[in-house]
Design a binder for this molecule. Sequence first.
Ligand code: SF4
Length: 269
Amino acid sequence: MVGVSEHPPTAPSPVPTPSDVLTAAVETARAAAVEVAGAAEEVGEHLGTAREAVPDQGVLGEVLTHTFAAALPGYTGWHWAVTLAHVPGDEHVTVDEVVLLPGDSALLAPAWVPWHERIRPGDLSVGDVLPVTEDDPRLVPAYLADDDAAADPAGMVVAQEIGIGRERVLSLEGRRGALARFRGGEYGPGSAMARHAPGTCGDCAFLMPLAGSVRLELGVCANEYAPADGHVVTTDHGCGAHSEANLVAVDTTEIQLTPLYNTDTYDQL
Ligand code: SF4
């Protein structure tokens, strides 16, 4: 007689794939995060998993990252990322790395800015040293053909003869930048003083022109009564102390054609 089993035959359980093993290893990942954090309460809820790309998965196995919320003071929006690997033929998973990463809402420090890009005009104070960089676009070697000395051959010869020379000079970009700043500043053509001036610096006797390629556009005001005295001015700036600003003489002598009688006092007769 054939016996009848009380339980219907069950299908054999599927062999777990490496992916299943990695996905199920939440507690292994959590333990690794806790070990790095130093306290269990600093590792929060499990947020999910992400598969990492592996070039030769058949040989190197699979790699998966578990993510946990970070419960660290001051790290709002950060999360723990624990990367696990499953090597073919190994029944255990391996912890690759544990890192604390910022999420989209994390508060981050601003990006690093080199010191020479952080300095702003006006930051330099007494005793500070501000070295220029080798690739400063405002400067070029003095032997380049487009510098001021080259534009002024006579001056260059004199400088060479008496041993005065500069290793670098303003580049075209440096000169253009300076000119733009000066034109847009207090002693440029757009200032209120210039707009109400009787003439421009370009035809004022108090202008001392600058040498070099900017001689037609810039000079120094040498009028002690002018607000720009001692400053570089553009030739289209101007002020009320212009050398040709003459007052129109008005003769204030009043010619009285009819007799006047003084009614306040009188003479005793
Ligand atoms: S006195 Fe006035 S107009 Fe003359 S150079 Fe100086 S700023 Fe220009």
